[in-house]
Design a protein around this ligand. Sequence first.
Ligand code: AMP
Ligand code: GLY
Length: 424
Amino acid sequence: MNILIIGSGGREHAFAWKLAQSPKTGKIFIAPGNAGTSAWGTNVNLSPLDFSGIGSFCTSNRITMVVVGPEAPLVEGIHDYFLADPVLKNIPVIGPQKEGAQLEGSKDFSKQFMQRHHIPTAAYATFSPENISEGHLFLDTLKAPYVLKADGLAAGKGVVILSDLKEAKAELTAMLRDAKFGAAGSKVVIEEFLAGIELSVFVLSDGLSYKILPSAKDYKRIGEGDTGLNTGGMGAVSPVHFADAAFLKKVEDRVIKPTIEGLKNDQIPYKGFIFIGLMNCGGEPYVIEYNCRMGDPETEAVLPRIKSDLLDLFEGVATGTLDSRSYETDPRTAVVVMLTAGGYPGEYEKGDPITGLENVSGSIAFHAGTVEREGKVVTNGGRVLAIASLGSSMEEARKHSFRNAEIIQYTGKYYRRDIGKDLE
Ligand code: AMP
Ligand code: GLY
C-alpha cells in the first residue's frame, strides 16, 4: 500500500517509522513532513489544510491510504472531502469525519456527548455572549478553582484555571465579550475542577470495535516539577503504573465502551484514534477531554510499544474488520524526552544547526521541528526532537533518553530532566 501521512511533527515521524516496518507498506509520503520523516519516505510540500492539493497528489501518486496526524484537517473535514469525491472516496482515511472530530473540535459537543451517554466527566454548563451574567451566577455556585474552556480549537491554549472568583468572572467576560480566543471562544464551557492525577488512554476504532493502545502520561509544563507555562508536551512515558489493570477495566467499562456505543447510537461514523484525557480521582476515572487523533509526544512513547503491524490494524479500521486483527504490546517502558528551542513556548529562534544525530544509539530521535537546509538538519519549531527509548524499567529507559539528549547539540537546547521521575 502507498501511504500518505499528513502532518509534520514527532507524531508523524513515529507513524512513518512504524508503518515502514510493515511488509504491506509500499511507498510512504509525508505532507509536509520534516528532516526526520524523509528517512522513511518522501516529503511532499503540501499544507495539511490544502485538501484539493492533497486529493490531486493522492490520485497522481496512487495513494491507497491517508493517515491524518493533527486535529485541524480532521475538524475541517478532510475525511468528508475524500468521501464526497467519486475517485478519492475509495482511498481510506484514518481519522474521523467532521462530525466525529467534534469530540475534539467543540468542548460543548463533547460534554453533551458524555452526558448523553453517561460517561463520567466534570459537571459543567456552557455560556455564550448572550448569557454572560448567567455564567457569573453559575461561577457563584462552584467552588474554586474555576475551569473555563473556549469551546473550539485554540491550539491547546483555550483552558484557563483560576483560583479567584472575581478573576474567573473577568476571564469569562474577556473570553465571551472581548473574544479573547477569537471564534474558538464564542462559547465557553465552565466546569467543576477535578483533583487527581492525569493520564491518557488511546483507542483505535473502526466504528464497530476497538483496540486499547498503551496508556501514557505527558508532561505539559515547560519547567521541572510541573511549573511554568503550558507547552504542547515536554515528554511522555508509557505505561503509567498507577493505571493498573483494575483502573483500566473501569476505564474500559465506564468510558471506552460507552464512547464507542455512543458514537454508534448517535450514528456518528468513526474510523481513527480516540485520545481520552483522563483524571484519576482516587481510583475513579473522569474524562477531561477527547481528542480525535493521537497525542504528540505520546505517540512517540506508544508506537514503540506496539508490536503488531500498524498497517494491518489500519486496514482493519478501513474495512471494518479491526476486531479480527492481531494486537500485541511490548511490556517494556518507554520514555520520551522532548528537546525544545530556547524561549519556547514563547518566542524562539529557528534555523540553528543540529549536530550529533548520527551518534544517537539506544534511542530513536523522532524529529518534531526540524528541516533540512543545504544538506544540514536545522531547528524549525519550538519542539525540536523527541528522544524515545525503551527499557526494562523506567530508570533504564530514562537513562537512554537523557544520554542521547546530551549527545545532540544545538544553540538554545532545553529539556526537562524530570520526565518519568515522579513515576519511578
Ligand atoms: P484540556 O484542553 O481540556 O485537556 O485541558 C487542559 C488541561 O487543563 C488538562 O490537561 C488539565 O490539566 C486541566 N483541566 C482541564 N479540565 C480540568 C478540570 N475539570 N479539572 C481539573 N483540571 C482540568
Ligand atoms: N500532548 C498533548 C496533545 O497531543 O494534545
